[in-house]
Design a binder for this molecule. Structure first.
Ligand code: FRU
Length: 497
């Protein structure tokens, strides 16, 4: 029953995937079987396993006509690639199967909802307008059959002024009463973004309910990849705005991420608080799953459209997912913490307590590119708060990535200028972190080609990729002024039982 286009992709990915040695990929972050990966799709728990699909073009390390790649895991860290799930092979999705989501149907099948793309004729300026509709496919966890009634949401289901060319990324879920809902990103007449809310009795016939939230040109323009859920007695709307303008330390230029926290009256969302989801360089299009134990877990594409040139296109794969993160809300703020399953990957603990120093320091046993390192800082001299602390990691003579903290400004900075990039793109980002008197803790998760920093219990996170040789595995500490530091370090190995 599968199309030639999908069959070819499956044959190709199996052969090409085998040529990539495990050591050339992240160990516990999902990377594409071969070729290109962007957004996480269909993040779900189905038949005893987490399923994660992704925007996928198997044939080169560049974006192309979108397929859905597929992987499964029992612990969100050891991933097994499965055959590609969707290919652009029917009329409503002939130019791409864009982002979407998954739920389980009462008959035991898994239902995928995705955006079908059909390109219009090439215009004089060589661009074309892509019509976007929402489509379905149902399957058994490996093979999926596109629904004969596709598309199920079209221009006819848009509110007045909604653009049929920017209408994408359905996030669907099942309510307690067994009915279905989804949110979809759209561009209204004001040219910015809005999130549309739809309902369905059976998952197949959908009905427009309301405009859930409106950007009104405040946070970037178009809002991509929405997700909407209840968490800690609040409602959370996640979205990834395109074309952002910066705002203080909160939002940066380009493709950003936005978390809105508020209430929901069944039709519209009442915003109370806004924040960035991640303050680093590489993080976009997050999607969540509700785990069987009630945790709300988020994963994102650990990359940004504006920094694609960070990696060499000669590599046989491009794109990786973030570490899955448990979400919570405290005092109106989104907190993120690496899934607790990560602790089972820890080995070789190294602890240092209260090491007071000034200048430069290395610590025996603190090194590696697959590590979990927690650093706690306080002034080494209670009368004088230090001026600056920095840690270099992924470090050798040629390379390093740096995190630095200036207590007088309360600013934490990530800097990957010296992480192998040969392009003049953004290499630094700063984040304001509430702290008092130079006391701050941050946890760093490294996995061969990335670092994710969780500040003070996860009130802020900063994620960045670093494509340098694995021999660059040193850690070095610097202090301008006296610092007292605790370090807790573990190796992380996804190959361990
Ligand atoms: C976000 C995005 C989505 C779209 C997909 C296409 O990164 O632009 O809006 O569905 O990527 O690959």
């Amino acid at each position: 029953m599968i199309s030639n286009i999908l069959r070819e992709a499956r044959i190709y990915e199996e052969l090409a995937g085998q040529t990539i040695p495990d050591g050339d990929r992240p160990a516990f972050h999902l990377s594409p079987r071969t070729g290109w990966m962007n957004d996480p799709n269909g993040f779900s728990f189905y038949q005893g396993k987490y399923h994660l699909f992704y925007q996928y073009y198997p044939y080169t390390s560049k974006w192309g006509p979108m397929h859905w790649g597929h992987a499964v895991s029992e612990d969100l860290l050891h991933w097994t690639h499965l055959p590609a799930a969707l290919a652009p092979d029917t009329l409503p999705d002939r130019d791409g199967c864009f982002s979407g989501s998954a739920v389980e149907l009462p008959d035991g099948r898994q239902l995928l909802m995705y955006t079908g793309v059909v390109s219009g004729p090439k215009l004089l300026d060589k661009t074309s307008k892509d019509t976007q509709t929402q489509c379905l496919a149902a399957g058994d966890g490996v093979d999926y059959e596109k629904y004969g009634g596709n598309p199920v949401l079209t221009a006819a289901d848009l509110p007045e002024g909604g653009s049929p060319f920017d209408f994408r990324d359905p996030k669907m879920w099942r309510e307690k009463d067994g009915t279905y809902r989804c949110v979809v990103g759209n561009r209204p007449a004001d040219g910015s973004g809005q999130i549309l809310y739809y309902s369905s009795e059976d998952g197949f016939r959908w009905k427009f309910e309301s405009v859930l939230a409106e950007n009104k040109n405040r946070f970037g323009l178009m809002w991509e990849c929405p997700d909407f859920f209840e968490l800690d007695e609040k409602y959370v709307l996640l979205t990834s705005p395109q074309d952002m303008l910066p705002s203080g330390f909160e939002y940066h230029n380009g493709n950003g991420t936005l978390c809105l926290i508020g209430d929901f009256d069944g039709k519209t969302f009442q915003e109370e608080h806004d924040q960035s989801i991640d303050y680093g360089i590489d993080f976009y299009a997050p999607q969540t799953v509700l785990a069987p134990d009630g945790r709300r877990i988020m994963i994102a594409w650990m990359q940004n459209w504006d920094t694609l040139s960070i990696a060499s296109l000669k590599a046989p794969w491009f794109g990786q997912m973030s570490v899955p993160r448990e979400l919570s809300i405290r005092n109106g703020r989104l907190y993120q913490w690496p899934v607790r399953e990560l602790e089972a990957l820890r080995s070789n603990p190294v602890f240092y307590d209260n090491v007071t120093f000034e200048g430069e320091l290395t610590m025996v046993g603190v090194q590696g590119r697959k590590v979990d390192v927690t650093i706690t800082l306080r002034p080494g001299d209670p009368q004088h708060i230090y001026k600056k602390f920095a840690v270099w990691f992924g470090q050798n003579e040629a390379y390093h990535t740096a995190v630095s903290f200036r207590p007088y400004e309360s600013v934490l900075k990530i800097d990957r200028k010296f992480s192998g990039s040969r392009r003049a793109i953004i290499h630094q980002r700063r984040c304001q972190v509430p702290q008092s008197g130079g006391c701050i803790t941050f946890r760093m998760i490294l996995d061969r080609f990335s670092v994710e920093i969780f500040v003070n219990d996860g009130a802020q996170t900063l994620s960045a990729t670093m494509y340098t040789e694995q021999a660059a595995d040193g850690f070095k500490f610097f202090a301008d002024g006296k610092v007292s530091v605790d370090v807790e370090k573990y190796d992380l190995d996804a190959d361990r039982e």
